[in-house]
Structure formats: structure tokens, C-alpha cells
Ligand binder design. Structure first.
Ligand SMILES: C[S@@+](CC[C@H](N)C(=O)[O-])C[C@H]1O[C@@H](n2cnc3c(N)ncnc32)[C@H](O)[C@@H]1O
Length: 418
């Protein structure tokens, strides 16, 4: 087995031979770290000034980079623009297109890092360093491990770009003895495992490394663990005790973090980012739900998907005061009805309730009466049919009022609150 490569970002320690070993395990073999970062900078400047295609590659070819090195360098430079969706100051960071796809977005990484803060955190699957950058800001030291040398090299470049000097990068299998020997009592372990990109099954067994093996191998000394999981994995498939924290960004479900050991705070939690609001409780799938016929209330609110996934709808209902009830639209969406205007970080869009109808005929005459003209379809339709469905209503209407149409056993006409 190849021994792990260990590189310290502490300026006092010269990474020389270890860094050369790391680079020589990647497509960039034969280059120095400075020349790799410089070449990405050159191509980024060309992209910024509007260059595309062959002109991006020619300066790299002239510098003697091989075709596969040119491909790597241009990919990293071209990915910078898209990194803005996940990172602030993205123009100084390094990700391959594949690495960015799996990188934890900064706002989610910051939230997680604040929970993990301590003397030492080990990120056992660091990828290209998305989470590492946040961990390095909240913990005194970070060990960043990845089995893929290219990912370790890119993590190194990101640490340099952000002047981070408290990270030790280890290229190796997180179950290697050399890595396990670095574990210290009381440290936390973060693990964002690799998973098949288009998995339908969402099983623990298809996730690498398996969290249960991480727990077993690091559990002797580490005192807290956080596993990042696909957010739609069923909790029935998680066969170890943990806190399930569902995280949304701008009202969209983004990730599921499972916390064990001293990081466990409660059975379920929902976190709404970027605000950082937290709802904690015990799962209660039988929340005060109503059917279409029982809907009442002046206002309706879309519930943040984290609350639905975490089975914390009842906790939310209790937190907003008496009289609220919930209509489940599908597995991922629900509306909360109330006679009062409500404010909660877990209510993502508010509506005024206009009317509820069972038949399409009844719906159309009501839409005519209220002067509706624009009908946004809010129930599930095949995207290819969306405009046909929408037009089938709008062509029969003459008004100007904008309404939102939901459907669950019957139609529900709502109007957005601004
Ligand atoms: C989803 S990515 C991590 C992304 C990372 N959180 C970020 O923000 O950039 C999963 C990583 O796990 C690494 N990995 C898989 N099995 C591993 C193992 N046994 N030891 C170390 N790393 C492993 C893969 O190489 C991959 O980079």
C-alpha cells in the first residue's frame, strides 16, 4: 500500500518533498504549486477579458503543459465563475467542475463548522476543501484527508489562496493506520462521503466511506461525529442513534447532517440558512393535518422543506400559536393555514386564501368573479405541459389579478403576500 502523503500548511514547515510527491501523483506531475496556481490565474484573466476556446489554451501550450494538464487548468479556471453560487470570494478559489459539484456550499459549511468548533477536527473526506475552509476558521487545527491526490492538491491551493495555515492535508485512505494514528482524544470527525450521482435507492451501503465504519474506526478517541448525507435518504435506513439536522438554503432543502457523540443536541432539527434559525424537537409525523374540505383561515404559508423532512411540522405549528393547521400537498410540500398573519423563518412564502373548489368548472367561474388573469400553477405537472395547462385557464379569463393555483383533492386559489 502507498504510504499517505502528509502536508502541513503551517508556513514554518517546508512541504517540499511531500508536496512534490503529491503533485507527481496527479495529472500536474512535473509542475510546481506556484506554476499551477499561476497558470490558472493566467487563464482566469483571459476568461475575464472575454477570451473563449483555443485562445485560453495557447498560453498554456506555449509554457509546455501537456494536453491533459491544459484540460485540467482550463477546467479549474472556467469553474471559478460557477463557484460564486457556493462561495464568497470565489474568484480566488480553485475547484475542478467535478469537485465543485460535490463541494459543501460556504453558508452550510460555516453553520456546520460552528457546531464542530474545538481543538482538532478531522475531515476524513475533504474533497477539494469546501468544508475545510470553514472548519479552519472555527477550530484550532484541522486534518483534511482524501484518498484522491488531485482533491488534496486542490485543497492545498484553496488553503494557500485563503492564507489558511492550521490545516494538515493527508492524501490517503481515511482507514489507513497512518491516518488513524493522528486521531486525538476529544477531536471531532466530519465526513461527507462520496455517493453515486444519480442514486435512486439512497441506501447507506452505497455511500463511501460507510459512516458506520468511520464511527467504528475513529470512535475510540474522537468524541463527536458529523456525517453529511443525501437529504432524501429515509431515516429508517439510518441504523445508529443520531441527531438528524435538515438544512435549507433560501427555502430549498440542501443537506442532512447526522450528529453523534457529544455533537448530538436533540433527535431532530431544522436549520434555515442564511439566517441560521433552528427548530428542534422530536419527530411527529401525525401533525394537526386537515383535508381539502376542512381548510379554513385567512392566510396560508409554505412550510420550509426541512421542517417537513424532519417531521417537525407539529413543533412548528405549536411555535406559531393556536389555531393553525396543515394541508400536506405531497411528500415535500405542505401549507400551514391560520386566521392570523404569521412570521417565522420556517414559513417561506405567505399567501392570502381566496377560495377552495372541488371541480374545475366551479374554479373557473370563481376565477372569473375575482378578476383573475394570471394563474401560476403550483401543483405538479410535467414541465413539458406546464404552459399548456396554464394557458387552458388563462385563455378563459379576462382579468388582471395574479393568483397561485394549488391542488390537493380539489383546487385552492391563493394570492401571494408581499
Ligand atoms: C462528497 S466529496 C467531499 C466534498 C467536500 N466536503 C467538499 O466540500 O469539497 C467525498 C470525498 O470522499 C473521498 N473519499 C471516498 N472514500 C474515501 C476514503 N476511504 N478515504 C478518504 N477519502 C475518501 C472522495 O475522494 C471524495 O473526494
Amino acid at each position: 500500500m502507498t504510504p499517505s502523503i502528509v502536508i502541513d500548511t503551517t508556513p514554518a514547515r517546508d512541504p517540499g518533498p511531500q508536496l512534490d510527491r503529491l503533485i507527481s501523483s496527479t495529472v500536474m506531475r512535473g509542475s510546481s504549486l506556484g506554476s499551477i496556481m499561476g497558470a490558472v490565474g493566467t487563464v482566469s484573466n483571459l476568461i475575464f477579458s472575454g477570451a473563449r476556446g483555443p485562445p485560453l489554451r495557447s498560453p498554456l501550450e506555449m509554457e509546455g503543459f501537456t494536453p491533459s494538464q491544459v484540460e485540467f487548468l482550463t477546467d479549474v479556471a472556467l469553474t471559478r465563475k460557477r463557484s460564486q453560487r457556493k462561495f464568497t470570494r470565489a474568484s480566488e478559489l480553485y475547484f475542478t467542475s467535478e469537485g465543485l459539484r460535490w463541494a459543501t456550499p460556504e453558508v452550510a459549511a460555516d453553520h456546520c463548522a460552528s457546531r464542530l468548533a474545538r481543538e482538532l477536527v478531522i475531515d476524513v473526506t475533504c474533497g477539494q476543501g469546501g468544508q475545510v475552509m470553514s472548519l479552519s476558521a472555527t477550530s484550532k487545527r484541522v486534518i483534511a484527508v482524501d484518498i484522491d491526490p488531485t482533491n488534496c492538491l486542490v485543497t492545498m491551493m484553496n488553503c494557500m489562496a485563503r492564507n489558511i495555515s492550521n490545516v494538515t492535508i493527508v492524501n490517503g485512505d481515511c482507514f489507513d493506520n497512518a491516518v488513524l494514528e493522528m486521531v486525538e482524544a476529544g477531536c471531532a470527525v466530519f465526513c461527507d462521503p462520496a455517493r453515486p450521482p444519480n442514486s435512486e435507492k439512497r441506501e447507506l451501503s452505497e455511500i463511501v466511506p460507510d459512516p458506520r465504519r468511520v464511527q467504528h474506526s475513529y470512535g475510540g478517541l474522537a468524541s463527536g461525529f458529523c456525517y453529511e448525507m443525501p437529504p432524501y435518504i429515509s431515516m429508517d435506513k439510518i441504523d445508529f442513534p443520531c441527531e438528524a439536522e435538515y438544512v435549507s438554503i433560501e427555502g430549498r432543502l440542501n443537506r442532512l447532517n447526522l450528529y453523534t457523540g457529544d455533537l448530538y443536541a436533540c433527535e431532530r432539527s431544522a436549520v434555515a440558512l442564511p439566517g441560521g434559525h433552528v427548530l428542534e424537537g422530536r419527530p411527529d409525523p401525525a401533525a394537526s393535518k386537515v383535508t381539502h374540505k376542512e381548510i379554513s383561515g385567512t392566510y396560508a404559508y409554505e412550510i420550509d422543506p426541512t421542517v417537513i423532512r424532519a417531521d417537525l411540522v407539529q413543533t412548528l405549528v405549536d411555535s406559531v400559536g393556536p389555531g393553525a393547521h396543515v394541508l400536506t400537498l405531497d411528500e415535500r410540500r405542505a401549507l400551514l393555514f391560520s386566521d392570523h398573519h404569521l412570521e417565522s423563518p420556517f414559513l417561506i412564502q405567505g399567501f392570502r386564501v381566496i377560495s377552495a373548489h372541488v371541480s374545475e368548472e366551479e374554479l373557473l367561474s370563481a376565477l372569473g368573479r375575482i378578476g383573475a388573469g394570471s394563474v401560476t400553477i403550483r401543483y405538479s405537472v410535467d414541465p413539458r405541459d406546464y404552459w399548456d395547462v396554464r394557458r387552458s385557464f388563462e385563455e378563459k379569463l379576462k382579468g388582471r389579478r395574479k393568483v397561485q393555483l394549488f391542488k390537493d383533492g380539489g383546487f385552492l386559489v391563493l394570492e401571494k403576500l408581499h
